[in-house]
Design a protein around this ligand. Sequence first.
Ligand code: HEM
Length: 348
Amino acid sequence: MSNFRKGSFGLLMLLLLLSILATLVVVDAGISVPINGLMIHYYEKNTTCKSAEYLVKLEVKKMWDLDHSITPALLRLAYSDCLVTGCDASILLDGKGSEKTAPQNSGLRGFAVIDRIKKILEDKCPGIVSCADILQLATKEAAALAGAPKYPVYTGRKDGMKSNASTVDLPPPSISWNKALAYFKLKGLDVLDLGTLLGAHTTGVTHCRYIVDRLYNFKNTKKPDPSMNSTLLNQLRKSCPRTTKPGQVQDPVVFLNPETNSNYSFTNSYYQRVLDHNAVLGIDQSFLSSTDGFRIAYEFANGFQDFKLSFSLAIDRMASLGVLTGDKGEIRRNCRFINADNPGNFSN
Ligand code: HEM
């Protein structure tokens, strides 16, 4: 039997459904069951900031109406935060040598979205809502607006006090399936989490520098990646020329999923593209190099509901990694600085 979570996929989906229902029952009954020290509606139940989640939702909607690309921006930000030293908002900290300065994090967007929400929450209830929770709540709202499920977000995280580029071990874009899986396992996630969370590449963009190897010199063969569909190859070569002329954008971006493109919508079309050899990043095409990867891509390409269900659980597992609760960490007043370094120009 493969090491895909035990049992057949149908059974797995039933279990996923039961888990979601169980979560919903807990929520509906209003019972606070701490998970990793987190709970549903922490701010409503345990603080004076009862409207925190509502305010996040309101602000995200306003910003999403102006710019739908905040959905992929926040999804990637959440991934970059949680996989490195846990979901502690360390990715948001400014400063020389902080995580956001690591090469893997270049091109990260969405910091201003979090700043704006934080400002509103600090005005309303100073010092109560953590940046780490704001990032998770805002990601959920933006993803839901794009078509993702409205998964429950457990809250009560504190913010970390350190951020160091040397801790950033996020894998490169053409990493093999097995190496990506080993990385996810190291962080406490599994093969279904990997296959499901990569589905976030259904929306958003990549810089050409992350795919030029696939277009022109795959594994130093001086030839393109043979696994890439030739029509896609020709399209991408036009958008990502081997050399750029003066005056041209040096490192343009292309859509990770040309089908959702500038709508930035959340669909399962990514998985059909994987099956059709139309994936843009090397890691995305690598599903087909593994039996489990193929089965996941096949299942989700043919079942948006299954993908949505699995996404709800996988993103919750990601959002639970290495959280700080209780007396660990702090509630930052400005997401870009730990409180001791806050330049103090943050009004409240
Ligand atoms: C092995 C794992 C992964 C690799 C190698 C990888 C790699 C990449 C790369 C190279 C980009 C393009 C970045 C740029 O050009 O600025 C990207 C974008 C993106 N990634 Fe991933 N990623 C991985 C996992 C994830 C996960 C788990 C998520 C979320 C749950 C995610 C969400 C995104 C999103 C939404 C974008 C588009 C960002 C935007 O439009 O600004 N990725 N990823």
